[in-house]
Design a protein around this ligand. Structure first.
Ligand SMILES: Nc1ncnc2c1ncn2[C@@H]1O[C@H](COP(=O)(O)OP(=O)(O)OP(=O)(O)O)[C@@H](O)[C@H]1O
Ligand code: NI
Length: 354
């Protein structure tokens, strides 16, 4: 597979001014997507996944966030370019699909009209050509009887079909990058599997890079090439999907996987505790207050530098040194690096014996 860098995000920081002061939703995050690959951003609700991906094309809704950093798409910085230039890229070369097709569609217009409208925003095509293309796209995303359904209204489509229509709308500009934010979360499991399969086929056909946001690691296992694990606005860990599932390094990633019964996880009801207040995040590692391995060194300074623990797998955790076994914190002979002991109990969750 060719592996040219399509999207390169560096030191992305997005803040919101709120009544309670500045809220930092995304705090100095880096990630990249290559042509033809699927990168999944995972993490609990409130981690900053949506804000991070919506910062890429500056579509953050009101109040507008303050976005800083660099977002290079094919070498051009999207954050530095004028809105008029970005508008040509957004919805065309870079397309978004969202969780809820219900909200993204206009109920007063036929589905066909909405697809042709999306087409004609970016392409100078006649009405007949646009219709033919729209029908073709509806067909490609698996809507049976596409030409007959062209004049149907959104309410005449099921949830899964609506999401297919949204995908058709996203494909109008033959995008090179598709950003999908929880596109299957609102669907039942069978339909979800169909939509994931469709995205997979289309990715192959269009040779798109896909940036996929989800909190569902089961979905990630199905589709990801690489994973970026976010927590409270920071990246905790990243790496190839097999590495992350086989030997997750960060205690947060390990705990997320522990919540997956299909992968042998035994935690029921999610990781204990809650995310820190984004107005006032803790010092050190953001996850330390909920981490069973946290010690003094975890609660001081900045989020730790990322350390490579296997090729392409990097973890932001004080317990790691380059070349260390990615599962070191889980070993029975785990030795804390700092002075005050791993199981000091202070603000942490006590370590379960395994
Ligand atoms: N427009 C906004 N104004 C103020 N705060 C916001 C805004 N949008 C998001 N936030 C805050 O930013 C943080 C990150 O939110 P975000 O929606 O990116 O999380 P997420 O990881 O996508 O969660 P979920 O899985 O629930 O979609 C949250 O604390 C959220 O409340
Ligand atoms: Ni979100």
């Amino acid at each position: 597979m060719p592996s040219d860098q399509l999207l390169e995000v560096e030191d992305l920081t997005t803040t919101f001014g709120t009544d309670d002061g500045t809220l930092t939703a995304v705090d100095g995050v880096d990630f990249d997507v290559d042509t033809g690959e699927t990168v999944c951003i995972v993490g609990e609700s409130g981690s900053g996944k949506t804000v991070a991906t919506e910062s890429i094309t500056r579509i953050i809704k009101t109040p507008p966030g303050e976005i800083e950093g660099t977002v290079r798409y094919k070498g051009r910085d999207l954050l530095a370019m004028p809105e008029s230039e970005l508008r040509d890229i957004r919805g065309n070369e870079i397309a978004h699909i969202f969780q809820n097709p219900q909200e993204a569609m206009n109920h007063c217009y036929t589905v066909g009209w909405q697809i042709t409208e999306a087409l004609q925003i970016h392409q100078d095509v006649s009405d007949e050509e646009a219709r033919a293309k729209a029908v073709d796209l509806m067909d490609r995303v698996g809507i049976a009887n596409a030409s007959a359904r062209f004049d149907d209204y959104p309410h005449e489509f099921s949830g899964g079909q609506k999401q297919r229509v949204m995908i058709a709308m996203a494909l109008v500009g033959d995008p090179d990058l598709l950003i999908a934010d929880e596109p299957t979360t609102a669907l039942d499991v069978t339909v979800q599997a169909q939509i994931l399969r469709l995205l997979d086929e289309l990715q192959e056909e269009f040779d798109m890079g896909v940036l996929f946001v989800t909190h569902d690691l089961g979905v990630v296992a199905e589709i990801a090439d690489r994973i970026v694990v976010m927590y409270a606005g920071k990246v905790m860990e990243r790496g190839g999907v097999l590495d992350i599932f086989d030997h997750p390094a960060h205690p947060y990633t390990q705990q997320l996987l522990e919540c997956l019964p299909e992968f042998g996880g035994t935690t029921v009801g999610g990781i204990p505790g809650t995310l820190p207040d984004p107005h006032d995040p803790p010092d050190g590692c953001r996850f330390a207050p909920r981490c069973e391995y946290a010690e003094g060194a975890c609660r001081a300074g900045e989020q730790p530098e990322e350390i490579e623990v296997s090729p392409g797998q990097r973890v932001s955790c004080v317990h790691y040194r380059p070349g260390m076994d990615p599962s070191v914190v889980r070993n029975d002979n785990f030795e804390p690096v700092g002075g005050d002991g791993a199981a000091d109990g202070e603000g942490g969750v006590s370590r379960a014996d395994d």
